[in-house]
Design a protein around this ligand. Structure first.
Ligand SMILES: C[S@@+](CC[C@H](N)C(=O)[O-])C[C@H]1O[C@@H](n2cnc3c(N)ncnc32)[C@H](O)[C@@H]1O
Length: 285
Protein backbone atom coordinates (compact mmCIF):
# COMPACT_ATOMS: atom_id res chain seq x y z
CA UNK A 1 0.00 0.00 0.00
CA UNK A 2 1.40 3.39 -0.87
CA UNK A 3 1.54 6.02 1.80
CA UNK A 4 1.00 9.74 1.96
CA UNK A 5 3.85 12.00 3.14
CA UNK A 6 2.48 12.14 6.72
CA UNK A 7 1.38 8.54 7.02
CA UNK A 8 4.13 6.00 6.38
CA UNK A 9 3.24 2.44 5.46
CA UNK A 10 4.35 -0.43 7.68
CA UNK A 11 7.04 -1.23 5.10
CA UNK A 12 8.40 2.30 5.39
CA UNK A 13 8.39 2.03 9.19
CA UNK A 14 10.18 -1.31 8.88
CA UNK A 15 12.85 0.13 6.66
CA UNK A 16 13.26 3.13 8.97
CA UNK A 17 13.62 1.01 12.12
CA UNK A 18 17.14 1.37 13.52
CA UNK A 19 17.24 -2.27 14.69
CA UNK A 20 16.96 -5.54 12.82
CA UNK A 21 13.55 -7.00 12.06
CA UNK A 22 12.84 -9.88 9.70
CA UNK A 23 9.36 -10.03 8.24
CA UNK A 24 8.05 -11.90 5.18
CA UNK A 25 7.40 -9.68 2.17
CA UNK A 26 3.71 -10.57 1.86
CA UNK A 27 2.93 -9.37 5.39
CA UNK A 28 3.28 -5.64 4.74
CA UNK A 29 0.18 -5.32 2.56
CA UNK A 30 -1.79 -7.30 5.14
CA UNK A 31 -0.56 -5.10 7.99
CA UNK A 32 -1.52 -1.95 6.10
CA UNK A 33 -4.93 -3.35 5.29
CA UNK A 34 -5.78 -4.61 8.78
CA UNK A 35 -3.96 -2.20 11.07
CA UNK A 36 -4.62 1.21 9.49
CA UNK A 37 -7.80 1.81 11.56
CA UNK A 38 -5.77 1.65 14.78
CA UNK A 39 -2.97 4.07 14.00
CA UNK A 40 -2.83 7.38 15.81
CA UNK A 41 -5.05 5.96 18.54
CA UNK A 42 -4.29 4.94 22.14
CA UNK A 43 -4.33 1.22 21.32
CA UNK A 44 -2.61 -1.50 23.29
CA UNK A 45 -0.58 -3.61 20.88
CA UNK A 46 1.24 -6.79 21.88
CA UNK A 47 3.86 -8.52 19.77
CA UNK A 48 5.06 -11.96 20.78
CA UNK A 49 8.66 -12.28 19.60
CA UNK A 50 11.06 -9.37 20.16
CA UNK A 51 14.44 -10.74 19.00
CA UNK A 52 16.49 -7.71 17.88
CA UNK A 53 13.80 -5.16 18.74
CA UNK A 54 13.41 -3.90 15.17
CA UNK A 55 9.70 -4.61 14.96
CA UNK A 56 8.97 -2.84 18.27
CA UNK A 57 10.44 0.34 16.78
CA UNK A 58 8.55 -0.27 13.57
CA UNK A 59 5.22 -0.51 15.45
CA UNK A 60 6.00 2.59 17.50
CA UNK A 61 6.56 4.58 14.34
CA UNK A 62 3.48 3.09 12.66
CA UNK A 63 0.93 3.41 15.48
CA UNK A 64 2.28 6.66 16.94
CA UNK A 65 3.16 7.94 20.36
CA UNK A 66 -0.28 7.27 21.86
CA UNK A 67 0.01 3.51 21.44
CA UNK A 68 1.06 1.25 24.26
CA UNK A 69 3.45 -1.28 22.75
CA UNK A 70 4.23 -4.46 24.65
CA UNK A 71 6.80 -7.04 23.61
CA UNK A 72 6.73 -10.64 24.84
CA UNK A 73 9.72 -12.94 24.64
CA UNK A 74 11.19 -15.97 26.36
CA UNK A 75 14.63 -14.37 26.19
CA UNK A 76 15.21 -12.08 29.22
CA UNK A 77 17.64 -10.01 27.13
CA UNK A 78 14.55 -8.45 25.53
CA UNK A 79 14.22 -6.34 28.68
CA UNK A 80 16.77 -3.97 27.19
CA UNK A 81 13.97 -2.44 25.10
CA UNK A 82 12.28 -1.11 28.24
CA UNK A 83 14.84 1.69 28.07
CA UNK A 84 13.28 2.75 24.74
CA UNK A 85 9.81 3.05 26.25
CA UNK A 86 8.42 -0.39 25.44
CA UNK A 87 6.80 -2.65 28.01
CA UNK A 88 8.52 -6.02 27.97
CA UNK A 89 7.10 -9.17 29.52
CA UNK A 90 9.33 -12.24 29.72
CA UNK A 91 7.74 -15.68 29.57
CA UNK A 92 6.77 -18.73 27.55
CA UNK A 93 3.88 -18.14 25.16
CA UNK A 94 3.21 -21.90 25.11
CA UNK A 95 2.17 -21.91 28.77
CA UNK A 96 -1.41 -20.98 29.72
CA UNK A 97 -0.19 -19.79 33.15
CA UNK A 98 2.04 -17.23 31.43
CA UNK A 99 -0.96 -15.63 29.71
CA UNK A 100 -2.99 -15.65 32.89
CA UNK A 101 -0.26 -13.66 34.69
CA UNK A 102 0.31 -11.50 31.61
CA UNK A 103 -3.27 -10.26 31.36
CA UNK A 104 -3.53 -9.82 35.10
CA UNK A 105 -0.60 -7.45 34.77
CA UNK A 106 -1.40 -5.56 31.54
CA UNK A 107 -5.23 -5.70 31.44
CA UNK A 108 -7.25 -5.92 28.22
CA UNK A 109 -5.50 -5.29 24.89
CA UNK A 110 -6.55 -4.35 21.36
CA UNK A 111 -4.19 -6.31 19.15
CA UNK A 112 -2.02 -9.39 19.69
CA UNK A 113 0.45 -10.26 16.93
CA UNK A 114 2.14 -13.63 17.33
CA UNK A 115 5.62 -13.70 15.76
CA UNK A 116 7.10 -15.95 18.43
CA UNK A 117 8.28 -19.55 18.26
CA UNK A 118 5.63 -20.74 15.73
CA UNK A 119 5.07 -24.26 17.13
CA UNK A 120 1.52 -25.62 17.17
CA UNK A 121 1.40 -25.40 20.96
CA UNK A 122 2.73 -21.85 21.10
CA UNK A 123 0.30 -20.59 18.46
CA UNK A 124 -2.68 -22.48 19.89
CA UNK A 125 -2.09 -21.51 23.50
CA UNK A 126 -1.50 -17.88 22.52
CA UNK A 127 -4.81 -17.71 20.65
CA UNK A 128 -6.95 -19.53 23.18
CA UNK A 129 -5.55 -17.70 26.20
CA UNK A 130 -5.43 -14.24 24.60
CA UNK A 131 -8.87 -14.16 23.03
CA UNK A 132 -10.81 -13.54 26.26
CA UNK A 133 -8.66 -10.45 26.90
CA UNK A 134 -8.86 -8.79 23.50
CA UNK A 135 -11.28 -5.87 23.41
CA UNK A 136 -14.17 -5.76 20.95
CA UNK A 137 -12.99 -4.36 17.65
CA UNK A 138 -9.56 -5.90 18.25
CA UNK A 139 -7.44 -8.38 16.33
CA UNK A 140 -5.41 -11.48 17.00
CA UNK A 141 -2.92 -12.10 14.19
CA UNK A 142 -0.82 -15.25 13.95
CA UNK A 143 2.17 -15.12 11.62
CA UNK A 144 4.14 -17.89 9.96
CA UNK A 145 1.30 -20.39 9.99
CA UNK A 146 3.11 -22.17 7.14
CA UNK A 147 4.81 -23.88 10.10
CA UNK A 148 1.72 -26.12 10.05
CA UNK A 149 3.16 -27.82 6.96
CA UNK A 150 6.77 -28.18 8.11
CA UNK A 151 8.29 -31.28 9.73
CA UNK A 152 10.61 -29.20 11.94
CA UNK A 153 7.48 -27.91 13.69
CA UNK A 154 6.04 -31.44 14.13
CA UNK A 155 3.75 -31.16 11.13
CA UNK A 156 1.73 -32.08 9.22
CA UNK A 157 -0.45 -33.06 12.15
CA UNK A 158 -4.12 -33.36 12.85
CA UNK A 159 -3.41 -30.98 15.75
CA UNK A 160 -1.60 -28.31 13.76
CA UNK A 161 -2.41 -24.66 14.24
CA UNK A 162 -3.97 -24.47 10.78
CA UNK A 163 -6.24 -27.43 11.59
CA UNK A 164 -7.36 -25.44 14.61
CA UNK A 165 -7.93 -22.31 12.51
CA UNK A 166 -10.02 -24.27 10.01
CA UNK A 167 -12.00 -25.72 12.90
CA UNK A 168 -12.59 -22.14 14.06
CA UNK A 169 -14.24 -21.45 10.69
CA UNK A 170 -16.74 -24.23 11.41
CA UNK A 171 -17.38 -22.76 14.83
CA UNK A 172 -18.02 -19.26 13.45
CA UNK A 173 -20.62 -20.84 11.17
CA UNK A 174 -22.25 -22.57 14.15
CA UNK A 175 -23.98 -19.24 14.73
CA UNK A 176 -26.38 -20.22 11.95
CA UNK A 177 -29.38 -22.12 13.33
CA UNK A 178 -29.19 -25.83 12.55
CA UNK A 179 -25.38 -25.97 12.21
CA UNK A 180 -24.06 -28.23 15.01
CA UNK A 181 -23.05 -26.22 18.09
CA UNK A 182 -19.48 -26.48 19.42
CA UNK A 183 -19.10 -29.05 22.16
CA UNK A 184 -15.98 -27.76 23.92
CA UNK A 185 -15.18 -24.70 26.02
CA UNK A 186 -12.69 -23.55 23.35
CA UNK A 187 -15.32 -23.95 20.65
CA UNK A 188 -17.78 -21.87 22.65
CA UNK A 189 -15.10 -19.23 23.29
CA UNK A 190 -14.46 -18.93 19.54
CA UNK A 191 -18.18 -18.88 18.70
CA UNK A 192 -18.89 -16.14 21.22
CA UNK A 193 -15.79 -13.99 20.63
CA UNK A 194 -14.59 -14.28 17.03
CA UNK A 195 -16.59 -12.40 14.45
CA UNK A 196 -14.48 -13.58 11.53
CA UNK A 197 -11.40 -15.62 10.72
CA UNK A 198 -9.39 -14.39 7.76
CA UNK A 199 -6.65 -16.25 5.93
CA UNK A 200 -3.76 -14.61 4.15
CA UNK A 201 -0.66 -16.39 2.96
CA UNK A 202 1.12 -17.59 6.14
CA UNK A 203 -1.12 -15.47 8.37
CA UNK A 204 -4.41 -16.10 10.17
CA UNK A 205 -6.37 -13.27 11.79
CA UNK A 206 -9.19 -13.54 14.30
CA UNK A 207 -11.40 -10.45 14.45
CA UNK A 208 -12.83 -10.00 17.92
CA UNK A 209 -16.31 -8.51 18.29
CA UNK A 210 -18.59 -10.18 20.80
CA UNK A 211 -21.60 -8.04 19.87
CA UNK A 212 -21.45 -9.54 16.36
CA UNK A 213 -21.31 -13.12 17.60
CA UNK A 214 -24.99 -13.76 18.37
CA UNK A 215 -27.00 -16.46 16.61
CA UNK A 216 -27.89 -15.50 13.08
CA UNK A 217 -31.59 -14.76 12.45
CA UNK A 218 -33.63 -14.38 9.28
CA UNK A 219 -34.83 -10.86 8.49
CA UNK A 220 -37.18 -9.33 5.94
CA UNK A 221 -37.20 -5.84 4.52
CA UNK A 222 -41.03 -5.95 4.35
CA UNK A 223 -41.05 -5.18 0.63
CA UNK A 224 -43.83 -6.26 -1.73
CA UNK A 225 -43.79 -9.98 -2.54
CA UNK A 226 -44.47 -11.06 -6.12
CA UNK A 227 -44.83 -14.65 -4.89
CA UNK A 228 -41.89 -15.69 -7.09
CA UNK A 229 -41.43 -19.45 -7.28
CA UNK A 230 -38.32 -20.55 -5.41
CA UNK A 231 -36.34 -22.83 -7.71
CA UNK A 232 -34.08 -24.23 -5.01
CA UNK A 233 -33.81 -28.00 -5.57
CA UNK A 234 -35.60 -27.67 -8.90
CA UNK A 235 -32.43 -28.08 -10.92
CA UNK A 236 -32.48 -31.02 -13.33
CA UNK A 237 -30.66 -33.48 -11.06
CA UNK A 238 -32.80 -32.89 -8.00
CA UNK A 239 -36.07 -32.70 -9.93
CA UNK A 240 -35.60 -36.00 -11.78
CA UNK A 241 -34.90 -37.84 -8.56
CA UNK A 242 -37.91 -36.36 -6.81
CA UNK A 243 -40.18 -37.10 -9.77
CA UNK A 244 -39.06 -40.69 -10.06
CA UNK A 245 -38.51 -41.85 -6.52
CA UNK A 246 -38.51 -39.00 -4.00
CA UNK A 247 -41.18 -38.21 -1.41
CA UNK A 248 -44.34 -37.23 -3.30
CA UNK A 249 -43.39 -38.95 -6.58
CA UNK A 250 -46.31 -40.25 -8.60
CA UNK A 251 -44.67 -43.66 -8.86
CA UNK A 252 -44.84 -44.07 -5.11
CA UNK A 253 -48.63 -43.90 -5.24
CA UNK A 254 -49.00 -46.83 -7.69
CA UNK A 255 -49.86 -50.27 -6.34
CA UNK A 256 -46.95 -52.75 -6.37
CA UNK A 257 -44.59 -50.36 -8.19
CA UNK A 258 -44.97 -47.87 -5.34
CA UNK A 259 -43.85 -50.46 -2.77
CA UNK A 260 -40.85 -51.35 -4.88
CA UNK A 261 -39.89 -47.70 -5.36
CA UNK A 262 -40.15 -47.01 -1.63
CA UNK A 263 -38.03 -50.07 -0.87
CA UNK A 264 -35.34 -49.21 -3.40
CA UNK A 265 -35.31 -45.48 -2.70
CA UNK A 266 -32.73 -45.51 0.14
CA UNK A 267 -30.27 -47.56 -1.93
CA UNK A 268 -30.75 -45.32 -4.97
CA UNK A 269 -30.34 -42.30 -2.71
CA UNK A 270 -27.00 -43.64 -1.41
CA UNK A 271 -25.84 -44.40 -4.96
CA UNK A 272 -26.72 -40.83 -6.02
CA UNK A 273 -24.80 -39.44 -3.06
CA UNK A 274 -21.73 -41.49 -3.95
CA UNK A 275 -21.93 -40.35 -7.57
CA UNK A 276 -22.30 -36.73 -6.46
CA UNK A 277 -19.35 -37.07 -4.05
CA UNK A 278 -17.16 -38.40 -6.88
CA UNK A 279 -18.18 -35.48 -9.09
CA UNK A 280 -17.48 -32.90 -6.36
CA UNK A 281 -14.18 -34.48 -5.33
CA UNK A 282 -12.70 -33.26 -8.61
CA UNK A 283 -12.91 -29.71 -7.25
CA UNK A 284 -10.79 -30.47 -4.18
CA UNK A 285 -7.10 -31.02 -3.72
C1 LIG B 1 10.81 -14.65 14.64
S1 LIG B 1 11.58 -13.98 16.06
C2 LIG B 1 10.78 -12.44 16.30
C3 LIG B 1 11.10 -11.49 15.25
C4 LIG B 1 10.67 -10.07 15.51
N1 LIG B 1 9.26 -9.94 15.75
C5 LIG B 1 11.08 -9.27 14.30
O1 LIG B 1 10.19 -8.77 13.57
O2 LIG B 1 12.26 -9.19 14.02
C6 LIG B 1 10.95 -15.03 17.29
C7 LIG B 1 11.15 -14.61 18.71
O3 LIG B 1 10.29 -15.41 19.48
C8 LIG B 1 10.93 -15.73 20.70
N2 LIG B 1 10.34 -16.98 21.23
C9 LIG B 1 10.59 -18.24 20.81
N3 LIG B 1 9.89 -19.11 21.56
C10 LIG B 1 9.18 -18.38 22.43
C11 LIG B 1 8.27 -18.71 23.47
N4 LIG B 1 7.97 -19.99 23.74
N5 LIG B 1 7.70 -17.72 24.18
C12 LIG B 1 8.02 -16.42 23.92
N6 LIG B 1 8.89 -16.06 22.95
C13 LIG B 1 9.46 -17.02 22.23
C14 LIG B 1 12.40 -15.87 20.33
O4 LIG B 1 13.23 -15.67 21.47
C15 LIG B 1 12.53 -14.79 19.28
O5 LIG B 1 13.00 -13.59 19.85
Amino acid sequence: MSSSRDVPSVRECYEASPYLSIKHASYFAVYDELLAPYRGRPVTFVEVGVLNGGSLHMWRRYFGAQARIIGVDLNPAARRWEADGFEIVIGDQGEPAFWEAFFERVGPVDIVLDDGGHTNRQQLVTVVHSLPHIADGGLLMVEDVHASYLPEFGNPSRWSFLSFALQAVHVVNARFPGVPAPTTATGRLLRDTVRAVTFHESMVTFRVDRAQCGMNTPTSNGGESLAAADFRLKDARSATWRRVAGEGSVLRTLPLVGGLVRQLAPAVHRWRQRREAAALARYFG
